[in-house]
Design a protein around this ligand. Sequence first.
Ligand code: UDP
Length: 475
Amino acid sequence: QQTLKPPHLAIVPSPGLGHLTPLIELAKRLVVHHNFAVTFIIPNDGSSMTPQKKILEAVNLQSISSTFLPPIDLDDLPKDAHIVARIILTMTRSLSALRDSLKVLNESTRVVALIVDVLGSDAFDVAIECNVAPYLFWSSNAMSLSFGFYLPSLDETTSCAYQDMLEPVQLPGCVPLHGRDFLDPVHDRNNLGYKATLSVSKKFKLAYGIMVNSFMDLEPEIFKALKDAQVSQGFPAVYPVGPMIKPSSTGKSDGGEHECLSWLDSQPRGSVFFVAFGSGGTHSLEQMKELALGLEMSGQRFLWVVRTPNETTKNGTYFSSDAQQKDPLSFLPDGFLERTKGVGLVVPSWAPQIQVLSHESTGGFLTHCGWNSALESIVNGVPLIAWPLYAEQPTNAVLLADDIKIAWRVKMNDKGIVEAQDIAKYARGLIEGDEGRLLRNKMKELKEAAKVALSQQGSSTKSLAEVAEILKGHK
Ligand code: UDP
């Protein structure tokens, strides 16, 4: 009887919606196109898991189920522990519960592989112990994966702070990457975040394979270099299977949807500059005011997702919803809402980003460069202004601006502020200026390339089919 059951995959996302979302898309494709069954095993960082539960309930496929691990305690962490340390420690402190869960699952079904995402490779030990093949789903791009492979040797061969390195690092197949643009948890070698990141990077080699949320035509040289590294250095096989993003609707508002969509309905095609900073991004009050001023000065139509300012961190809403905070609109400059009425729309805390990006009125996107946001923009052909805030976003910005050339990166002044006049210039140039034409055209090409990659005979479809066959062969 047991052999008749579909092969089963256990998927373990690290905390944060940005990690869960692409994994759900991966699961759906493996279930629908390759007849797997999937159980999500969700580590619990102690915050409300309601958003995760809601998203998983909405999946509504019989072959996808989920189980939540008991909450762990992070109270002993030092106050300055990096957010990445929190995420990785949530994973490591959940390992024993994960082991129990995997064993129970393994008794009732044929679990062929455990798939974790970027920050979850500590779970590989549990997989190997339970005789289940360990796989990595790299929810970011090939360039940051390449950096992950390279980090352990960089750690051994250098001793200065990476920001102080005089020369950029030349990762195989990548444009030069300066130390200041490394993912931020590695900036301070003494922080728990550094040690945790290094430790998960060292484990990447244990993966039987790595699926990457990118596609061949987006990063051709980097994927080629990763293939070479597989042959010459024994790195795991890498499969470009993206873009995996939540499916978008038509973008047209049909009754009951978010007010910003009906506002977009009444704007001219390609005219709106969309401004949003992911699930966690926040700014200081000074920066928020400068941004407001810049949007106003630009004279462009804009749709801005406004968050309550935060003076201490740039990821103020990653673990806690902005809804609990003060009304974000109350921090806008005096008279801003009245002066920009009709031209701009501000939305507190959260907007339906995919629908916004797929709406024909949207013509440009000021983004924090979270990889989901970048992919959502590429799939919809919307050119970017790159304003990285934390995590691997600076590396993504280098990839988007210097390599793929679909973004301009914002310039900061000595105080780390992006000034209003520059913001105005970016918005105008991107939406209608001659200088933005190259970016707009390149984005259109990539929109098509992404569609082709996911078509029946496309590179990502074939790559996923290849890894699916290998997964089925385990055990
Ligand atoms: N998002 C959204 N509305 C918002 C802000 C973000 O729907 O106002 C979604 C966005 O579409 C994306 C995710 O949240 O799917 C953010 O993921 P990303 O990797 O870009 O950034 P992170 O939140 O992980 O920093």
